[in-house]
Design a protein around this ligand. Structure first.
Ligand code: NDP
Length: 328
């Protein structure tokens, strides 16, 4: 089967040469192990940080090893009593058509009401990220104004819909008219600002006449700065991502004084450090998707060989919704 390994660490922007496609043979299973055929691979911005040998919340991805990544697939063979052939599972088997798991990071899922791929998106890690930041950090009350950047994406789309269900005024920020139209018309946000149109500050001011009570920040830099300028006293900021800086760009902030004058609470978080809350969050997200109350969109690359280009595209906003790679 085929897999993609990290060939070299990026200098600035990620390039195709940072990856290498390899063919490897299926290993014999040892006691406790499960062989899985992956159906979908998830591509996520955090992978950019793992490609680097820098101090972060997690150890860097090793050169020559299979690129890290979340996967959904089907059990082909099992020497683990908790998994049977045919079970559908979510795991972390990486950029690979197949993989062997010891069962620890493997979870059985049902596809009777939820499509398998959704377990990598709205009912998986990105959905949980949205749920955590909203319910644990922002804690918005009905009627409050919530702003979300990268609003059409895997995480942002869920933040806005959950906030709307909680009775908030919900405003997105996204790149381009098409993404903004989707955020308002399909996801039900009250407004969406196209930051590429060139008047972000004025547009955001118009869309948040009562200021911003809670911010879910996915981007950083100028986009964060524009929202900071609109924050209300005692506003809460869930600092989830700073994708504008993942290639090493500096992200200066002009409006840092607002942190003091508006007495803001800013909290960064890493969703995988809060596994104890996942059952509660995933239960709500799964129910909302199964009942059609939470919608999502996917960009699907056709095969493993197309994963590097799709990943490079994700870091430039070419994806529209959750970026996946179809493996079967
Ligand atoms: P998305 O599906 O939102 O895709 C990334 C989007 O980011 C792009 O589509 C693009 O949207 C936007 N983007 C990319 N580059 C830039 C840039 N230079 N400037 C502005 N916008 C840019 O990804 P996810 O939903 O998976 O992730 C969203 C954020 O959440 C990321 O920052 C990610 O790192 C973070 N995250 C954090 C987690 C945590 O535990 N803290 C867990 C999961 C995700 P557009 O075209 O609208 O600009």
């Amino acid at each position: 089967y085929q897999r993609i390994v990290l060939a070299s660490r990026p200098q600035g922007e990620v390039v195709p040469e940072n990856f290498r496609l390899e063919t490897v043979s299926v290993p014999d299973l040892r006691e406790g192990e499960v062989l899985i055929r992956n159906h979908f691979l998830s591509l996520d911005p955090y992978m950019r940080m793992r490609m680097e040998d820098a101090k972060s919340y997690a150890a860097p991805q090793a050169i020559g090893e299979t690129m890290i990544g979340g996967t959904v697939g089907e059990v082909l063979a099992s020497k683990n009593p908790q998994f049977a052939v045919g079970d559908q599972v979510v795991g972390m088997l990486g950029w690979s058509e197949m993989g062997v798991s010891d069962g620890v990071m493997l979870r059985k899922v049902s596809t009777s009401h939820i499509p398998l791929s959704a377990y990598l998106g709205a009912v998986g890690m990105p959905g949980m990220t949205a749920w955590y930041g909203l319910t644990q950090i922002m804690q918005p009350k009905p009627g409050e104004t919530v702003v979300v950047s990268a609003a059409s994406g895997a995480v942002g789309s869920v933040v806005g819909q959950l906030a709307k269900l909680r009775g908030c005024r919900t405003v997105g920020i996204a790149g381009g008219a098409e993404k903004c139209a989707y955020v308002v018309n399909e996801l039900g946000f009250d407004a969406c600002i196209d930051y590429k149109a060139g008047h972000l500050e004025a547009d955001l001011a118009a869309a948040t006449p009562d200021g911003i009570d809670a911010l879910f920040e996915n981007v950083g830099g100028e986009i964060l700065d524009a929202s900071l300028a609109r924050m209300n006293p005692f506003g809460r900021i869930s600092l989830c991502g700073m994708i504008a800086g993942y290639n090493g760009e500096a992200l200066p902030i002009k409006n840092s004084r607002v942190l003091l004058t508006m007495r803001l609470t800013v909290r960064g978080f890493i969703v995988s450090e809060h596994l104890e809350l996942w059952p509660e969050g995933l239960k709500e997200l799964g129910m909302l998707v199964a009942t059609g109350k939470l919608s999502f969109r996917e960009s699907v690359a056709p095969d493993l060989a197309s994963a590097p280009a799709a990943f490079i595209g994700l870091l430039k906003g070419k994806n529209f919704g959750k970026q996946l790679v179809k493996l079967i």
